[in-house]
Ligand binder design. Structure first.
Ligand code: VGL
Length: 190
C-alpha cells in the first residue's frame, strides 16, 4: 500500500492516562509506539488527537458518566506520551471539551473534517487508543464523512471491558466499509 500525498495518519489519544500506570490504562497500550513511530515519517500529514476534558464533564463517574477521571486539561495524564515521536506530528487536535458530548470521535465538535479537506486528504489511516472507543468512533466517522478509511491493526489496542469488545469493534468498523492493514504493508511514496 503506497502512501500518496492525499493520505493522512490520525494517531488517536496516545496519552499518558491511557497507558499502563495512567488513570484509564489500556493493558497493551505501549505496543502501539514502535509501529506508529516507524510509519509516521511516511505520511505527508499527521494529526495526533488528544482527549482534553474539563474536570466537570458528563464523561466522568463523578458527573454521572461511565469513566474515572482521565485526560483532564493541563494535567500530566493528558499529555501525549513521551514515547510518541511528536516531532513527526503536524497538528495536535484536542477533543472531548464539549460539555454535552463524550468526544470519542476525533470529528466530534472539532474542525478535523475541514483540516483534512484543506490538506486535500482523501484517505485516512487510523491508529492509537483505544480500539473499542476513540479509534472505532473516529474510523466510523471518517468513513461516514467520505474518506477512505484504513485502520492499522498492529498499531491499536483495546480497553476490553468485556473480552469481546475488541472483536465487536473490528466487526462494526468492517461492516461500515473501514478496511484494515498492518504497518508492515505501508510503504513510502513512490
Ligand atoms: C477513550 C475510554 C474513555 C479512548 C476515551 O480514547 O478510546 N476510551 N475515553
Amino acid at each position: 500500500m503506497d502512501i500518496a500525498d492525499t493520505d493522512a495518519l490520525i494517531v488517536v489519544d496516545a496519552q499518558n492516562d491511557f497507558l499502563p500506570g495512567g488513570a484509564l490504562p489500556v493493558a497493551e497500550g505501549n505496543c502501539i509506539f514502535e509501529p506508529i513511530n516507524r510509519i509516521m515519517p511516511l505520511f505527508p500529514y499527521v494529526v495526533a488527537t488528544r482527549d482534553w476534558h474539563p474536570r466537570v464533564h458528563p464523561h466522568f463517574e463523578e458527573h454521572g458518566g461511565p469513566w474515572p477521571y482521565h485526560c483532564i486539561q493541563d494535567t500530566p495524564g493528558a499529555e501525549l506520551s513521551p514515547k510518541l515521536r511528536v516531532d513527526e506530528v503536524d497538528e495536535v487536535l484536542s477533543k472531548g471539551m464539549h460539555p454535552h458530548s463524550h468526544g470519542y470521535s476525533a470529528f466530534d465538535a472539532t474542525n478535523l473534517d475541514e483540516r483534512l479537506h484543506a490538506h486535500n486528504v482523501r484517505r485516512v489511516f487510523v491508529c492509537g487508543l483505544a480500539t473499542d472507543y476513540c479509534v472505532k468512533e473516529t474510523a466510523l466517522e471518517a468513513a461516514a464523512h467520505g474518506f477512505q478509511t484504513v485502520v492499522l491493526s498492529d498499531a491499536i489496542a483495546a480497553v476490553n471491558i468485556k473480552c469481546t469488545d475488541e472483536a465487536d469493534a473490528l466487526r462494526e468498523m468492517a461492516s461500515h466499509g473501514v478496511r484494515f492493514a498492518t504497518t508492515e504493508q505501508i510503504s513510502a511514496p513512490v
